[in-house]
Design a protein around this ligand. Structure first.
Ligand SMILES: Nc1ncnc2c1ncn2[C@@H]1O[C@H](COP(=O)(O)OP(=O)(O)OP(=O)(O)O)[C@@H](O)[C@H]1O
Ligand SMILES: [Mg+2]
Length: 345
């Protein structure tokens, strides 16, 4: 039960003069799970490593429950970190992997036994203490890595893509388990991922990162429903982004005119596939490129004639064939200019 506060933290790597994290600020509330989501190289791991004490900020402040921990070594801070490559000690059995950190902290042997057994139970590995870690599956090893952090009862749990090496099915299961455990323990958590499904399904709030900065902080449903920049719009879910010009309240591009009550100038129109209606029309502005039937719905790939590709979600994919002309009706659009939202309707 703790509050994490990151204030104006910057990390410049002298090697290559890279600004990995750029005046980044974030407050994580008591018991909250916040996902850091962003493309490769956007600074997610660097930020997490600074919170965990494995990297020194170039400037800025990090506090936990009001205490300045910016320059404390990892073992002196109340954080537990699970890395992408779990780095278990392969010469030790499961019990010893978990007991190691407690021994360092001089916890009495009977208490170590009790805490390790409790945590193994919690991650679904009750009775696995005497197993060698090399005799565990990838998913079980990741659970041991999680248990090894949890057993130290950290105030803040830091997870850096802990399921990246696992297959889709297992990843989804562990994601749910971690969310369950996190909510049961009410442990404040920062979770790094570049999988949007993971972020959307687990997070209380999502921080979309780009070039070491925050692009948007919001609840998962809001990041999807109301992306504040074209970058977020294109990064979360599938989005049609269409470049054009606005003149006299109409967004225009060859073959397409959409009323848009904003000032004249260039604009990017954003339409979700589920909001882009299409109707067969021989003189339509777009042509069907491909039709995919997913059973529950269909996805129609469209060609605007100049290489621009759009997607439309339809309930009756059998109504459309490749080559066919269609007319487009965007039902809900947002518009962006200079990386900012200028319209939402
Ligand atoms: N030790 C280092 N020395 C120099 N540059 C580094 C170092 N660690 C990271 N960087 C650079 O900092 C930037 C951010 O890297 P970081 O690992 O934080 O990204 P990430 O968002 O975690 O990416 P990924 O999704 O690929 O894990 C990158 O440009 C990276 O090359
Ligand atoms: Mg990373």
């Amino acid at each position: 039960m703790s509050v994490l506060k990151i204030s104006d933290v910057t990390k410049v790597f002298a090697a290559g003069n890279v600004v990995a994290v750029d005046t980044f600020s974030l407050d994580v509330a008591n018991g909250e799970l916040v996902c850091l989501l962003g493309p490769s190289g956007s600074g997610k791991s660097t930020l997490l490593r600074m919170v965990g004490g494995f990297e020194r900020p170039s400037s800025g402040l990090i506090t936990i429950d009001g205490e300045d921990i910016t320059y404390l070594p990892p073992e002196k801070r109340p954080t537990g970190m699970v890395f992408q490559s779990h780095a278990l000690w392969t010469h030790m059995n499961v019990f010893k992997n978990l007991a190691f950190g407690l021994k360092l902290r001089r916890v009495p042997a009977d208490e170590i036994k009790r805490r390790v057994e409790n945590v193994l139970e919690l991650v679904g590995l009750g009775g696995y203490g005497t197993r060698q870690v090399t005799q565990l599956s990838g998913g079980q090893q990741q659970r041991v890595a999680l248990a090894r952090s949890l057993v130290l009862e950290p105030k803040i749990l830091l997870l850096d893509e802990p399921f990246a090496s696992l297959d889709q099915h297992l990843r989804e299961r562990l994601r749910e388990e971690v969310r369950d455990i996190q909510q049961r323990l009410k442990i404040t958590t920062l979770f790094v991922t570049h999988g949007q499904d993971e972020a959307l399904s687990m997070a209380d709030r999502i921080v979309v990162m780009r070039d070491g900065r925050t692009e948007q902080i919001d609840r998962p449903d809001m990041v999807y429903r109301d992306p504040k920049t074209p970058f977020v719009a294109g990064f979360i879910g599938t989005m049609n982004l269409i470049e054009g010009q606005v003149a006299n309240g109409v967004f225009t591009r060859p073959g397409m005119r959409v009323p848009l009550p904003v000032a004249d100038g260039a604009a990017i129109l954003a339409v979700r596939p589920e909001a882009l209606e299409i109707a067969a029309a021989a003189d339509g502005e777009a042509h069907v490129h491909r039709v995919t039937d997913y059973g529950t719905h269909g996805l129609v790939d469209l060609d605007l004639g100049d290489g621009t590709r759009l997607k439309s979600m339809v309930s009756h994919p059998d109504l459309f064939q490749p080559g066919q002309g269609v007319h487009l009706t965007p039902r809900a659009v947002a518009a962006y200019r200079d990386n900012a939202q200028i319209y939402r309707g």
